[in-house]
Design a protein around this ligand. Structure first.
Ligand SMILES: [Zn+2]
Length: 460
């Protein structure tokens, strides 16, 4: 039977509309009113005092890093600012077994769901057992992550990572022993995972993620990107996050990462460049010409001190954007959206830097990046609540203390810049609630299991 959701305000085509309802068909997709006779039987879901919006998509996540919150906020004994973060990350990566990984991923996905996120691109690079040997099933850990997303109820693009070396002319690193696969192993394992996921194409699917220019030799990068191209898969890669990465790329290839990808013809509209902070205007031109997406992770980038992306220059070129929670320091799509703008304000001592670029309103742009932009990046059609898209959405409590009293015309900027995540009350995937009145039905169990794993990892 059709379902008709009746909020006070429906967010569609960039504005909040009073008196509009959302029709959802039996497959969980948005139905078009003209194709649906007004007298066709339907279940009416009234949502008084609420607005309904397309949900968020988190295009870049490493779920296991959810474990290192709080453990990296100090300098290493050698004074190095990055050391404590990397040590905590390796410790988490080496400590978790497959069951632990499942519980940690569920916790991260739960937090995303509560924040109105219904699809994630998981940049997954833990492949081997804790001692560095291969599991009997080389996709054992990837399958834990997919199962975790499915248990929480969100969609997942498992972006299977190719990680082949510590870096140019560097010996293998013990801390990375769970990450490494040869090119042949990677391609075989990715092919078998693609086959396995083909049975549930809308809830879990494969994407390809050469980790970085540092971790993948150029010959392998060419093969992997070609392999993904033949299958039409999304290709994600960490690019231009930190200056040392650029220097290493220049030393090995005579070009910075984006210039190298452009020179090799490895960019396309299926490409997502994660971070893309340290880039030249010419490199932005190349990203725009290819139709590639930049996935910005401002809450992580500010935590790691990576730098500030020239979002206004990218936006002026029409480059598509998505957001990711990356290191999970914070799982907060509103913070990611507002920080993209706020970092520019602090850098330039000037307000509203992303407004009126190519005729687009700033808040509409930021919301679009957080929803439709993320969907496009991970190979999902969504983010508009347009007919035929899956009915993935959340509701907003119009009486929440953070946004109450704001008229419909100013609600989007009020929500993005001043809204609390607690204003997000209900979250639906394919028209079915996974979060109801601010809670997930498995929440207590997920939190308890996660806390057990966390205590064990850090006590060991
Ligand atoms: Zn990352």
């Amino acid at each position: 039977m059709l379902r008709e959701y009746q909020p006070d305000l429906l967010f569609r085509q960039g504005e909040f509309r009073p008196g509009s309802s959302l029709l959802v068909d039996e497959d969980g997709r948005v139905a078009a009113p003209p194709a649906t006779p007004p007298d066709s039987p339907r279940e009416v879901v009234r949502l008084p005092g609420k607005a309904l919006l397309p949900s968020f998509v988190n295009a870049h996540s490493h779920t296991f890093q959810r474990l290192i919150r709080g453990y990296s906020e100090h300098r290493g004994t050698n004074g190095d600012d990055f050391w404590s973060w990397r040590e905590a990350m390796y410790r988490a990566a080496l400590s978790v077994d497959a069951g632990d990984l499942y519980h940690v991923a569920r916790m991260a996905f739960l937090e995303m769901a509560l924040a109105g996120t219904t699809a994630v691109g998981e940049f997954h690079y833990l492949h081997r057992a804790q001692d560095g040997t291969a599991y009997l099933d080389p996709n054992h850990l990837g399958r834990q992550i997919v199962a975790a997303a499915q248990s929480v109820g969100i969609r997942i693009a498992l972006l299977r990572v190719a990680y082949m070396r510590a870096g140019f002319e560097l010996p293998p690193s013990a801390g990375q022993r769970r990450f490494y696969e040869s090119e042949a192993e990677f391609l075989a394992n990715a092919a078998s995972l693609a086959q396995e996921l083909s049975g549930s194409p809308h809830t879990a699917w494969l994407g390809i993620a050469p980790h970085s220019i540092r971790a993948v030799p150029l010959d392998s990068l060419r093969s992997i990107v070609a392999w993904a191209g033949q299958r039409g898969l999304p290709v994600h890669m960490h690019v231009a996050e930190q200056p040392a990465e650029l220097a290493a790329s220049v030393r090995e290839h005579g070009a910075t990462p984006v210039a190298l990808l452009a020179r090799e013809g490895l960019l396309s509209e299926r490409s997502t460049l994660v971070h893309g902070i340290h880039v030249t205007p010419q490199e932005l031109d190349a990203i725009a010409a290819a139709g590639a997406t930049i996935c910005s992770c401002p809450t992580t980038e500010r935590n790691l001190g990576d730098g500030i992306i020239a979002a206004e220059e990218a936006a002026a070129r029409g480059i598509a954007f998505a957001f990711g929670s990356d290191s999970q320091t914070l799982i907060h799509p509103l913070e990611d959206a507002r920080e993209l703008e706020y970092h520019l304000r602090l850098r330039d001592i000037e307000r509203v830097r992303l407004d009126a670029i190519a005729g687009q309103d700033m808040s509409q742009r930021l919301f679009q990046y957080a929803s439709a932009g993320g969907a496009r990046s991970i190979g999902l059609r969504g983010g508009h609540l347009a007919p035929g898209e899956f009915a993935d959405f959340f509701t907003l409590d119009l009486n929440h203390v953070s946004i109450a009293g704001v008229p419909a015309e100013e609600l989007l900027p009020a929500f993005l810049f001043s809204g609390s995540l607690e204003a997000i009350r209900d979250v639906a995937v394919a028209g079915n609630w996974i979060v109801n009145d601010g809670a997930h039905e498995a929440q207590r169990e997920i939190v308890a299991r996660y806390a057990e794993v966390s205590r064990r990892v850090w006590r060991a």
